[in-house]
Every structure is written in structure tokens, then in C-alpha cells.
Design a binder for this molecule. Structure first.
Ligand code: GCB
Length: 601
């Protein structure tokens, strides 16, 4: 007994000595000096969280994070990561082990690696995303705890690493709770695991934490001159440090000194700037240096604004021909996390004639956003404030705000991202208004160079008259709503519908659609047939054309996707079938209706 206590004391002391620090998300991680920890990780499924709690449900000091090994033959240690199976990281566990297909609970993942920290450098341990709740340990010690399944986080682990072999262990828990974001019920697969990249990032003690470059929406008074606004921030409030900015093609070369808060900014006048647009997705090579480290980015410049009921891209009205997309691999499901996955999905969208996508219902991976930008596809990006969140909980609010902040910090330099959406189909109440109002104000305070929206719901004012009435109209730049006439309501009602959107703002229909099983044919009144969905699209396109100020649509959805809500055997089999492609990339008949409608826009 005594021996155990001493060990525990020593362990606790060492914990105090070598601490990690959660530091603000590092911008443009893909351009940094990194070592990837992607690959095979050993994992242990831990239904009762034996690796975290003792049998009285108190957190234990001898949990799985210690990665203990028997020292003597009689020692009892009832787990061994090195004998456990492996799965690929990044990757969801549901599609890698059939025992985990429906699993929602705790899995421990472990990876050992050789590392030699360069003298004078710091090392950040970066996770692109872990769904949902992650406890991170480095060499047996806690680096930190993170909540939220779709945004990046990083720790400064400089003091925790040793020369030679190191171990990272992550306890991942994807159990749902009512106070979480998203909440307990949602219509997509709750893929668990380390679903995005794990990287060690080597930085100097003072490094460029993040930066922002955008085209000022106020037109310059001089002909052919545009103003680019630049700001950057170090990880420390260090004054007098030089940040060098180069955009060779625009002949920009600036050396800026940081102020007392470690920030630098400038307004740059450039001539004959080629703007980014779907037709011409021009990006400029941007180089940023501090100390001896340089980061390279490709940045496009454009403006996005509204005038009355119009959305203006670079000052010109644009109709957003879109489609909604979940972050699921194109052939057979599982979380997507690569440029190749994104390219396939976005190419399907392009074939449909899209210039825009709604990346639903949470921030998608960085590869997808960047690939869309390269391909000239505009993006609506959102956080999973979905359906009925715990509006009264401050913790829930702070969680949502953190996810919003991290989404913006990661993608603030992507020209194609034009809309930050803060919520989807939320029930009206004073508490909700307060929660969402605060979120909207927060989004605007972080970024006033993009539009703010949310997917609202219409309320039937009378049987065939729909009125959009939502207190949140004041906070958004674009009013958006989902409607399912033809699916959750008779398709024959579509021609009779009238719409009233009493706000002088552009309107986006953020969802409409219905299900069909690819290859199932029949009468247009027979549910689940391709003909039913085809007719629904025909009726909806005709109906939507009557909405004044319609500035875009993102029908639901590009491809069939997994959902635990969709249990109809032989038809759904745990898939939401509203895709206009099957999950194998086969086009359903509705595809051609939508394509023709978009061709006329
Ligand atoms: C909605 C939700 C979306 C669902 C869809 C459906 O309104 O926003 O997440 O998947 O309806 O299929 O019912």
C-alpha cells in the first residue's frame, strides 16, 4: 500500500513539473514545419471507462494513459496497448471495426513515435478534430481536455517530450449529451475517433500564431486600385518583432514591426488586382516570415456584400447554385478527410452546375474548404447548433462560441467562404434568441468581411401561405430557411403555396428535397422511387421561382448519407436517402431536374 502511495506522489510531482498548455489554434497548420502522427494507432474499447475511473467512479491515477507495463512477473496490469489492434488515424472507428459500427462511448488510442526536438524550438501537438470529447496525454501526463468534434486544437508540449521514444494517448468519447453541441439528437452518423490529422508542429518560441488578409469592401477612390487589409498576431505580446509579408505577383514586400500586443497590421494599395470568383478562382502566393520561419499560403481576394434582396460577389449580383454536403466519404461512408474525397464530392456538385455548397452541419475539414476554393466553389460553413440545444446553459453557449471562433480562425483567409452560419432549425424562444443573438454578434466581431446567416424554419400562416417570422432576422445578412414541401407535406400543395418574407434581405432556401432509392422505379406518387423524387424536385423548382429575392438554394443533399434515424429496412437501412446521388455516385433522376433548373439561372 505504502509503495503505491509513494509512486503516486512522485507521479503527481512530475505532472506538476512538465505541463502542457492549450494555446490558441495555430493558423495555416498545413504550411508549417510538421511531423505527422497519422497512421496506425493501437486502440482499446473501454465501455465502462475502466481506464479513467476506479471502481468507485473516481478518476484514477493509474489509468490507461500511464501505458503501464508489468515490471515483475506477479504484477497485475489488465491492459496492454501494444497487444491491442490498430486503426488508421485520421479515421472514424465505426467503419474500421465492425464491433464499433453503432458504438457511442470511450475508445483509447495510442501512438508511439521517435522525436528529437530541435534546440531552442517549441513543439505543438495539433489535432485537426477529435469527435467528441478528448483527453490527451503525452508520456503519461495530461496535456489537456477538449470538447467539440469538428474544430482544431493544439497544446504546447515542449516540456513533455523527451529525446527518443514518446507516446501520445487519447481518450476519445463520442457519447451524446443534451448539453453538447450538437445535442443528443441529430440526423447524421456520430462517427467517433480522431477523425482529422495529428501533427507535431515545430515553432520558434515566438511564432506567428495567425494572420488575415482580405480585400476591403469599400471601393478605393483611385481607379484600378484595390486595398488589401493585412493583420497578424504573434503567440506572445512581444513588441518590435518583424513580420515580413511578400506577395510577389502584386509586388508587395513589407516589413512590419509588432506593437505591444504582438500584433501588426497594414493596408496595402495594389493595382490591377485579379479578383477571386467561381469563374476565375485566382489565388496569389503569399509568404509570411517571422524569425527564421516562413509560411506560404494561396490567397484569393474578393468582396461579398448584400444590397436589398441581392447578394453581390465583387459588386455583381450572383445566384448561388448550391447543394448541401455532409462530410462523408463518397463511396461507402465513413468520415472524409482528404483532398481526394473532397475533390470527388465537389466534382459531383460541379457536374450539377453548382457554384456554391453548404458544408452541413458542422465545420468540414480544411482540405475540403481549400479544394472548393481551388475549384471555384463558394462555401456556407456552419457550426452544429442544430435543433434543440440547451439554450439556458452557459457551458453550452461557451462551447458553441468556441467552435465558431475556431472555425473562423481556421478558414478566415479562404476567399470562397462567404457565409458563416450559426444555427440550423432551432425552435423559437426568448432563451434561443438570446443565445443566437450573442453568437451572431460574436461572429461579426471576429469577421465583418463575410455574411452571417442561419437555417430558419417557416411557419404556416394559413394552409397555403408560408410566412418567415424569426426574431433572428435582425442579426443575419441573409435570411435562409429549410422547407420540405413534397416530403414532409404533400407535393400537390407546391403549386398552391405562397410565400411571405417580410425582410429586405436576400433569401436562400438552405434545404429542400426528398428521398429515393437509386434504381427503384415506379409511379411519381410512389414514395422512395426515383420518379417520386424527380417530381418533387420539378414541383419545388417551379414553386421556389416565385419567391421574391431568392438568391440561392442548397437542396438536401448531394449524396445519401448514414443516419441512425433512418431505419426502414430494405429502403433506408440506416441511410438518409435524400441524395440526388447514391452513396456510390450514381445519379438519380432528380439530378437532371436540378441541373436543368440551374442551367437556366
Ligand atoms: C432537416 C435537417 C437535416 C435533415 C433533413 C431531413 O431539416 O436540417 O439535417 O437531414 O431535414 O432529411 O429530414
Amino acid at each position: 500500500m505504502r509503495r503505491i502511495k509513494t509512486t503516486c506522489l512522485l507521479w503527481c510531482l512530475s505532472l506538476a513539473a512538465a505541463t502542457a498548455k492549450e494555446v490558441p489554434q495555430i493558423g495555416n497548420v498545413l504550411a508549417r514545419e510538421t511531423v505527422s502522427l497519422n497512421g496506425a494507432w493501437n486502440y482499446i474499447i473501454d465501455v465502462q471507462e475502466e481506464g479513467y475511473y476506479d471502481y468507485r467512479m473516481n478518476p484514477t491515477n493509474s489509468g490507461f494513459f500511464r501505458n503501464a507495463k508489468p515490471q515483475r512477473p506477479e504484477d497485475l496490469i489488465e491492459y496492454d496497448f501494444d497487444k491491442a489492434p490498430t486503426m488508421q488515424v485520421p479515421g472514424d472507428w465505426n467503419t474500421q471495426d465492425e464491433r464499433l459500427f453503432f458504438y457511442e462511448g470511450t475508445v483509447w488510442l495510442k501512438r508511439s513515435f521517435d522525436y528529437h526536438q530541435q534546440a531552442g524550438q517549441h513543439t505543438l501537438l495539433y489535432f485537426g478534430a477529435v469527435n467528441y470529447d478528448a483527453h490527451v496525454y503525452v508520456n503519461g501526463k495530461k496535456a489537456g481536455h477538449h470538447v467539440g468534434g469538428f474544430t482544431p486544437f493544439n497544446y504546447d508540449v515542449t516540456e513533455m517530450l523527451r529525446d527518443g521514444e514518446n507516446t501520445v494517448i487519447v481518450k476519445v468519447d463520442n457519447k451524446r449529451h443534451a448539453e453538447d453541441v450538437p445535442t443528443q439528437i441529430f440526423d447524421w452518423w456520430n462517427y467517433g475517433g480522431i477523425t482529422r490529422d495529428v501533427l507535431l508542429v515545430s515553432v520558434e518560441p515566438t511564432y506567428l500564431e495567425n494572420y488575415k488578409l482580405y480585400l476591403d469592401k469599400k471601393p478605393s477612390l483611385k481607379k484600378n486600385v484595390s486595398e488589401i487589409v493585412f493583420s497578424a498576431k504573434l503567440n506572445k505580446a512581444e513588441a518590435g518583432k518583424t513580420i515580413a509579408l511578400r506577395i510577389p505577383e502584386l509586388k508587395i514586400e513589407q516589413q512590419l514591426a509588432t506593437d505591444n500586443s504582438g500584433k501588426a497590421s497594414a493596408v496595402l494599395q495594389v493595382k490591377n488586382l485579379q479578383r477571386w470568383s467561381p469563374d476565375s478562382p485566382k489565388r496569389y502566393r503569399v509568404e509570411l516570415s517571422t524569425g527564421s520561419q516562413t509560411i506560404v499560403d494561396s490567397i484569393g481576394f474578393r468582396t461579398i456584400s448584400t444590397r436589398g434582396k441581392r447578394i453581390l460577389l465583387n459588386g455583381q449580383p450572383i445566384f448561388l447554385k448550391g447543394i448541401s454536403i455532409h462530410e462523408e466519404k463518397p463511396f461507402g461512408g465513413g468520415r472524409a478527410n482528404s483532398t481526394a474525397d473532397a475533390h470527388t464530392l465537389l466534382s459531383w456538385a460541379k457536374e450539377l452546375g453548382c457554384n456554391y455548397v453548404r458544408l452541413a452541419h458542422y465545420p468540414h475539414n480544411e482540405y475540403a474548404v481549400r479544394e472548393a476554393e481551388r475549384m471555384g466553389i463558394l462555401v456556407w460553413s456552419e457550426i452544429p447548433v442544430y435543433w434543440t440545444i440547451a439554450w439556458k446553459s452557459l457551458q453550452t453557449y461557451e462551447n458553441a462560441e468556441r467552435q465558431l471562433t475556431d472555425m473562423i480562425a481556421r478558414d478566415q483567409n479562404r476567399a470562397n467562404v462567404i457565409i458563416w452560419s450559426i444555427a440550423n432549425e432551432t425552435p423559437h424562444s426568448a432563451e434561443r434568441d438570446q443565445f443566437l443573438g450573442r453568437l451572431a454578434r460574436h461572429a461579426r466581431s471576429l469577421d465583418d468581411t463575410r455574411l452571417i446567416s442561419m437555417a430558419m424554419e417557416v411557419t404556416g400562416a394559413s394552409n397555403y401561405h408560408n410566412r418567415l417570422q424569426d426574431n433572428m432576422h435582425e442579426y443575419v445578412d441573409v435570411v435562409s430557411f429549410n422547407q420540405y414541401i413534397g416530403w414532409y407535406r404533400d407535393v400537390n400543395d407546391a403549386p398552391k403555396m405562397t410565400w411571405e418574407i417580410p425582410y429586405d434581405k436576400p433569401v436562400i432556401i438552405s434545404e429542400f428535397g426528398g428521398g429515393a432509392k437509386y434504381g427503384l422505379h415506379g409511379d411519381k406518387n410512389q414514395r422512395w422511387t426515383e420518379e417520386f423524387q424527380e417530381n418533387l424536385y420539378r414541383e419545388n423548382c417551379a414553386m421556389l421561382d416565385k419567391i421574391e429575392g431568392l438568391s440561392g438554394t442548397t437542396p438536401w443533399i448531394l449524396k445519401d448519407f448514414r443516419s441512425p434515424r433512418r431505419v426502414l429496412t430494405g429502403i433506408q437501412d440506416y441511410y438518409n436517402m435524400k441524395g440526388i446521388y447514391s452513396d456510390r455516385g450514381e445519379k438519380k433522376k432528380a439530378f437532371y431536374v436540378l441541373k436543368a433548373w440551374y442551367e437556366g439561372k
